[in-house]
Design a protein around this ligand. Structure first.
Ligand code: RTP
Length: 155
């Protein structure tokens, strides 16, 4: 079990400026933590517009791109890397559908958000984007590998 800990999946999760301003940092972190995922990197930053555009480069052609990047760079963002079996896909499940009007109750967006432009959280949508986003937001040395005793009862 110890041996496979090093191979565990990682995803990038960000609490957007609306989530931070609304005081939802601990609420969001606790949902990932209670599920059994492990926090391996965290920081609070105000991204520049240029950085926001890099983060959302896939959406460059969408009409909401400019407003979205203005929004992401409008205030502090809590950037995190979470680790655990299936964390990319299940993290998206915890987050809920992009549009909070369509997210199920019980999900972060379903419980805590109302409109798509203010949906409080971001999560990588697949293994490739997870890798890219983690390396955009964090230096390798900012990720902490550690063993938690609880893990052997979870994974
Ligand atoms: P995220 O990347 O933030 O986790 O969101 P997502 O994958 O669920 O959704 P995506 O399609 O990648 O869109 C990224 C973010 O753009 C904003 N958005 N606004 N019609 C709109 O105004 C619109 N559509 C999307 C949302 O903040 C969404 O999270």
């Amino acid at each position: 079990q110890e041996a496979h800990a090093a191979e565990l999946e990682r995803t990038f999760i960000a609490i957007k400026p609306d989530g931070v301003q609304r005081g939802l940092i601990s609420e969001i972190i606790s949902r990932f933590e209670r599920k059994g995922f492990k926090l391996v990197a965290i920081k609070i930053v105000i991204p520049s517009k240029d950085f926001a555009e890099k983060h959302y480069h896939d959406l460059k052609t969408r009409p909401f791109f400019d407003g979205l990047c203005d929004f992401l760079s409008s205030g502090p963002v809590v950037a995190m890397v979470w680790e655990g079996e299936g964390v990319i896909k299940y993290g998206r499940k915890l987050i809920g559908a992009t549009d909070p009007q369509k997210s199920e109750p019980g999900t972060i967006r379903g419980d805590l958000a109302v409109v798509v432009g203010r949906n409080i959280i971001h999560g990588s949508d697949g293994p490739e984007t997870a890798k890219d986003e983690i390396s955009l937001w964090f230096k390798p040395e900012e990720l902490v590998a550690y063993t938690s005793n609880a893990e052997k009862w979870i994974y």
